[in-house]
Design a protein around this ligand. Sequence first.
Ligand code: PEP
Ligand code: MN
Length: 364
Amino acid sequence: MNASLDILPLSSWINTEGKPLVIAGPCSAETEEQMLETAIQIKQEGFAHVIRAGVWKPRTRPGSFEGMGEAALPWLQQVKKETGLPVAVEVATPQHIELALKYDVDILWVGARTTVNPFNVQELADALKGIDVPVLVKNPVNPDLQLWIGALERLNQAGVKKLGAIHRGFSNAQETKFRNSPMWNIAIELKTLFPQLPVIGDPSHMAGKRAYLFELAQRALDLNYDGLIIESHRDPDKAWSDAAQQLTPAALNQMLEELHVRKESYGSDYQSQLEIVRGKIDNLDREMLETLAARMSLVEKLAEYKRDNNVAAYQVDRFREVLETRAAWGKSMNLYPNLVDELFKLVHMESIRKQTEVMNQVNA
Ligand code: PEP
Ligand code: MN
């Protein structure tokens, strides 16, 4: 399905002075004191453009801390007054939107557990009709790009033009290094389909643990993301939600200073160098495909011999030999072992498919 989004650039609603947008703040607003102290520290460190806080917390299991609700909203008004920074909260129902706006919240975000439900998203979109507020849409918990796009489209069709996406990773069936698998290719595909859509990385919810924040934040910047949303708490270990992934404002500042921000645009010299190298890569990719096509026509010949001699398409010894020799060749060429292994598994699978196709054709 063809898609398009009518979006205003990030710079039209927030001034980041050419730097990536940084949204920071606690996972949850817990007490007035915690919220204010955290926000003031963030302001003093000087790195953030927006303060975030969860007021309504969608928790996987009942009985966990579910947010302070409306009671926390006056604290955010106070945060705005004390820091001069805009504030952002998660909304999941039309009532959340109404309350957030009543208390002057500047930016809304749709959480991962809401993006999965088109009915839910449509209700939010209907409630936002005629309201000029920026909305950021987190990816759905499951790795479904279409759901993510669908949510963006529903909001956009309701007239939300100050729109952005937050990439927070996808939930895992098994225990993995990260709390949520980044699956970067899904976000890259989104960026490719909608080049004008601001994409913000959420390393906190990908990582689940402080130790992984840096590498994930750096990866997001390497992919030219427009910003980062990172959880920060005055006393992370005592946080009422997501304690293991939060950083103090000072530690977050230090981490951000160590990140390399890649250039957004290249000088013309750089651009032409880039084009030359890209041209060479295009040629090599074409040659790679030509080689693959030549290999497949040999496979066809092989299949004809096998068919005429009534031999099975798949021989386990040969498969093993293919993988082993290619792994050794790849190693001598300094190629990443996984790449070579996965590549030849795919090539071999296709060659079996091709052979069975040929072998099942009636003898010509
Ligand atoms: C959050 O930002 O605190 C949050 C609940 O995030 P997500 O919707 O990504 O789980
Ligand atoms: Mn959180």
